[in-house]
Design a protein around this ligand. Sequence first.
Ligand SMILES: Nc1ncnc2c1ncn2[C@@H]1O[C@H](COP(=O)(O)OP(=O)(O)OP(=O)(O)O)[C@@H](O)[C@H]1O
Ligand SMILES: [Mg+2]
Length: 539
Amino acid sequence: MQGKVIGISGPTVTVDLPDLTLYERVSVGNDKLQGEVVRLRPASAVVQVYEETKGLRVGEPAVRENSPLTVRFTPGLLGGIFDGLQRPLQRLGEEFGPFIRPGDMLPFVPCEQQYPFVAEKKAGDRVGQGEYIGYVEEGAFRHYIAASAEGVIREIRDGNICPEDRVAILEDGTEALLWHQWPIRTARPFTRKKFPRSLLVTGQRCIDFLFPLAFGGTAVMPGGFGTGKTILEQAVAKYADVDIVVYVGCGERGNEMAEMLEEFRSLADPWTGRSLLDRTILVANTSNMPVAAREASIYTAVSMAEYYRDMGYHVLLLADSISRWAEALREISSALEEMPGEEGYPTYLASRLSGFMSRAGVVETLNGKTGSLSMVLSVSPPGGDFTEPTTQACLRNTGAFLMLDTDLAHRRHFPAINWAQSFSLYDRDVAEYCAREISPKWPEVKKRCQALLKQEEQLREVAEIVGDEGLQDADRLLMHVAEQIRSRFLCQNSFTDDAFSGPQSTFELIEKLVAMYDRCLERIRQGESLGEILLEEHP
Ligand SMILES: Nc1ncnc2c1ncn2[C@@H]1O[C@H](COP(=O)(O)OP(=O)(O)OP(=O)(O)O)[C@@H](O)[C@H]1O
Ligand SMILES: [Mg+2]
């Protein structure tokens, strides 16, 4: 069905198409800009357009696409960089130059690429909808292909196959292809959710030891300007012990994504030794790209992450930063003249964020596998004010809260995670796992470490009044060891070899520091002076 553009207001375009449905896809203008219906009126609709609307004119055509905005699941996504509409940015750059023009489009993966398909079912077998019928090898991963409908297989093929080709055909004529589409706003189904219980190692000592993440959990990282959000997100993307990483650069600097792409290409995954890029999908909607598409990039990324989760993989979704998506929601909402909520954000901000974050979890998939989707999301509160709506909405939904502290960042203490105010609700759930898999002393040493840091804080207040010399040796020892814990254990420079720390070496280091404290304290009790002891102690 074809209509016309009758109004334009920034990224929102009014079209005179009747009988549309909410979130249906419409292409507008001569360049066929892609958008989604966000408001309906009796004879018109408002479309949120995900591409640059500059140059679009009233009177240009608007076409109903008869489907929601979808993502295409196909082999070939790994190692790719896409925008919110899943356009392959690297290949678009090679084909059309560095600036994407509205309407530029290429297939998501090259049509000529061939994949060896291995059938796991045979003609005559009955399959259910979504049941796996075979797989292709995609790098180190087994990429499972599902039946699109229930029925009996009439024909199934083996061997090399192009993304557009048919893999199998059912008795009723339904075809199974190597790819399928999925509406990005719909969470993919699973059999049941499980409780997150295993530690997701990030390679960052402060996180793994003090504020652990669990497979299937969510972590939010709010931090003011320059507190190290991007560096920490990228460090977790590089070193996390997961199968697949989906990284969304949402409204942040484009050069950061470009550098990341280059770096990932040359770096090896510390867990498998393969190239990092082979396990990574990048979704870029940087600050110079259309604001409205930030929403599409977030949903496209989470849908891709769920797709791999359903194959039984552990997937980690990282987004930098959620605040830019919230700002895009605010911009669209004001263009739609909706009643504003707190600080001008739409009233549905919190429910939109919680709906998105609830897509994380450990699940038993429809094919009986166990997969997980974990999230690490950065938030950029304006002025570092954590009471603002986006941070608060994320805080209500998250399992781990890693607060990045401006003071620590100024002192070049990186990662600038404030150890007094951050928390992880997975702490208890993973304690048993850490005690079993890493060291039985893990929970005890952790308690000691937390106590030392806390005592130091209280002592520092006293020291400010009486001066360091006014403290007793035992107290000065505590201050000394806590300082060592902060500078040697909690600080971790992402630009040195120390950027990654495995769980075993994390534990050994902290155990050594705590043991040093105990040893020195004993010597002080026996009458030795702190000065002498510290000259001999090299933990
Ligand atoms: N783990 C780290 N190791 C060493 N240096 C770091 C680390 N984290 C941050 N830095 C330093 O802090 C600077 C700012 O970090 P980053 O760009 O990640 O901050 P940001 O919070 O993303 O900033 P913005 O709010 O502008 O996006 C980096 O350029 C780097 O010099
Ligand atoms: Mg940043």
